[in-house]
Design a protein around this ligand. Structure first.
Ligand code: PGA
Length: 257
């Protein structure tokens, strides 16, 4: 059985003060949720990571970052490295989010370098993949998923891939209020899992956790999380309010598969 993992991607929202407030509210609302049911992650912006770490330390909430650079240190103005994230108390790191691919020239090659570096430093990458509306309408969904998955995982061994989380995020569903239907999500997740089984082996594919992302909200959580190959959610907008994120986490913890 794969444990569900619900992660909140706060994007470029929340000052330090707002981060402390939201993280404290989540801690209060989720404190009685046993860690055996679901993994909970919040990913605030870089500037808030240290303070968020102090709030969630020794709680059932783990900390994630939204990006990183693959070098350990050096003259790379504006970048943040994996050891720096570890030092700030980070456990997970989102890599290759579609907004980074779209606005900041992220490619499968840079995603692959970042995934490798994250693993080398003991961070768990949440590697994002997903097709645009244009891709879907042109019948290219599986082709894009195959490119993203094979490109992002290039040269990684099975024991490394087992540690990774893949987030399937159809770009047309992100921040649009349009959610993939549970059947569409299941179809894409199954494709990704079968591809990983083909590239590696059955065990690796079965252990791999695949999150769905794209307009996840309290009302659609149960149905999406109930799909056999959906192992969690990467939540944007609905993770910015304590009530809605807690409700998504709680509904997920009640899903029986
Ligand atoms: P959304 O964002 O939940 O606001 O659609 C998801 C994401 O971008 O990870």
């Amino acid at each position: 059985m794969r444990k569900l993992i619900i992660a909140g991607n706060w994007k470029m929202y929340k000052t330090i003060g707002e981060t402390i407030e939201l993280a404290n509210a989540l801690k209060r609302q989720l404190y009685d949720l046993g860690s055996e049911t679901v993994d909970i992650v919040i990913c605030p912006p870089f500037t808030s990571l240290s303070e968020a770490a102090e709030v969630v330390i020794e709680s059932n909430i783990a900390l994630g970052a939204q990006d990183m650079y693959w070098q350990e240190e050096g003259a790379f103005t504006g970048e943040v490295s994996a050891p720096m994230l570890k030092d700030a108390g980070v456990k997970y790191v989102i890599i290759g989010h579609s907004e980074r691919r779209q606005f900041f020239s992220e490619t499968n090659d840079s995603v692959n370098k970042k995934v490798k570096a994250a693993l080398n430093y003991g961070l768990i990458p949440i590697m994002c993949v997903g097709e645009s509306l244009k891709d879907r309408e042109a019948g290219l969904t599986f082709k894009v998923l195959e490119d993203h998955v094979t490109g992002g995982l290039k040269d990684l061994g099975p024991e490394q891939v087992e540690k990774i989380i893949i987030a399937y995020e159809p770009v047309w569903a992100i921040g649009t209020g349009k959610t993939a239907t549970p059947a569409q999500a299941q179809e894409a997740h199954k494709f990704i899992r079968d591809l990983v089984i083909k590239l590696y082996n059955k065990q690796t594919g079965e252990l791999l956790r695949i999150q769905y992302g794209g307009s996840v909200k309290p009302e659609n959580t149960k149905e999406l999380m109930g799909q056999p190959d959906v192992d969690g959610a990467l939540v944007g907008g609905a993770s910015l309010k304590a009530d809605s994120f807690s409700s998504i986490v709680k509904s997920s913890s009640e899903v029986k598969k």
